[in-house]
Design a protein around this ligand. Sequence first.
Ligand SMILES: [Zn+2]
Length: 128
Amino acid sequence: MSELVLTATVERELVALARAAAPREMVAVLGGDGAAVHTVLPLPNTVGADDAFQVDPIAFARAERRLRRAGARFVGFAHSHPRGSALPSARDRRELWPGCLQVIVGLGGTAPTVRAFRLERNPEVQPS
Ligand SMILES: [Zn+2]
């Protein structure tokens, strides 16, 4: 699978959203075409804790429809670590959808960092 490009504009937008959501985690849906991410749609984080996020399925379905109407397609999720790095946490490794683009904004360092990755499908957690 080819890697999608995150433009500087999208990165700035994600950092701004992450800062606005802090101390809670920001979550957003990413839309794009085959080559680049060009749309960021923030979603409400339905988890009350500061170190987790969860998306309401109806809000996700609405965002996905908005992307399609704008001529984009769903390519992945972004979320933030308000006090951590842009690396996936143990919880992320367990819970994030494998195979789709995952962007993490880390606000814990001296400067924000933005990283994109895909989790491999783990045979241990596949339903039998
Ligand atoms: Zn995370």
